[in-house]
Design a binder for this molecule. Structure first.
Ligand SMILES: Nc1ncnc2c1ncn2[C@@H]1O[C@H](COP(=O)(O)OP(=O)(O)OP(=O)(O)O)[C@@H](O)[C@H]1O
Ligand SMILES: [Mg+2]
Length: 260
């Protein structure tokens, strides 16, 4: 592997007697898309919380681009290029879709502040905001108030806001949760397109196996806090322990998909 963008070494989180994440090792190459799967309570969100700095690991080390970021505050980790999809309530409902992205751009980009002329600066920020909205296919909604757009479009706006921070590593926790099948397909296609552009590195958790197999270069399978297996989607589909422990009733589907 080339120098990893993210190295996770023996990452562990205990809550009293519960070991939510147990001795996880993982290396993520730049521009890779890694999916983290596992049943409810497997430790996926806790894993994210440690990578993004919201929770202090009990043990282990997290290295980003060669720098130890273990236990740093969330805003420091975010400044270093790890961006996590915000919850929808972080969207400002009474601002327009474009203004929501502008807020992020203004907070993160010092370069635009260098423009002396305020009108020129505003125009530059507006133009840049449109670029991110176009990437998520919601540029047509730019002038709508964020509160009136659909649930699926709000989640896409959330991803546009994440990308506007120009992250090295994007953490998406169940990006298609609560979406209609159509919205899920559209979102999967968009994330796949963004991933194939070679600009972003994604860590994605998902319960929808169709989305996972479609998106991921590699999959980390967690079970009760531990790494059950890590491999390509094909390897995961055919791994007996993963199939019995996790895929369960989806086994037949996996077999069908794998046959010519
Ligand atoms: N703040 C906390 N305090 C105590 N226990 C916690 C805390 N957060 C998580 N846990 C426990 O850690 C384990 C892992 O939870 P986590 O939320 O990481 O799982 P998950 O894989 O994200 O599940 P889901 O698929 O339901 O989102 C669970 O047993 C959970 O009850
Ligand atoms: Mg979770």
């Amino acid at each position: 592997m080339t120098t990893p963008l993210l190295s996770i070494d023996n990452l562990t989180k205990r809550f009293g007697g519960v070991t939510a994440v147990s001795g996880i090792n993982l290396e993520v190459a730049p521009k890779e898309t890694i999916a983290i799967i596992g049943p409810n309570g497997a430790g996926k969100t806790t894993f994210y919380n440690m990578v993004s700095g919201r929770m202090m690991p009990t043990e282990g080390r997290i290295t980003l681009d060669g720098t130890d970021i273990t236990g740093l505050a969330p805003h420091k980790i975010s400044r270093m290029g790890v961006s996590r999809s915000f919850q929808i309530n972080n969207i400002f409902p009474e601002m327009t879709v474009r203004e929501n992205v502008e807020v992020v751009l203004t907070a993160y980009h010092r370069h635009s502040r260098r423009l002396f002329n305020i009108a020129a600066r505003n125009t530059a920020v507006q133009k840049e905001a449109m670029v991110y909205l176009e990437r998520l296919g919601i540029d047509g909604l730019y002038n709508q108030l964020a509160q009136v757009i659909s649930y699926g479009d709000k989640r896409l706006l959330e991803i546009a806001m994440v990308l506007a921070t120009q992250p090295k590593l994007v953490l998406l926790d169940e990006p298609t949760a609560g979406m209609t099948p159509d919205e899920t397909r559209r979102t999967t296609r968009l994330i796949k397109h963004l991933a194939s552009g070679g600009e972003y590195t994604f860590l994605v958790t998902e319960h929808d196996m169709g989305v996972v197999f479609d998106l991921a270069d590699r999959i980390l399978v967690m079970h009760r806090g531990e790494k059950l297996f890590a491999g390509t989607p094909e390897e995961v589909k055919h791994h007996p322990e993963v199939r019995s422990a996790y895929l369960g009733e989806e086994e037949d589907e996996a077999v069908e998909e794998a046959s010519p």
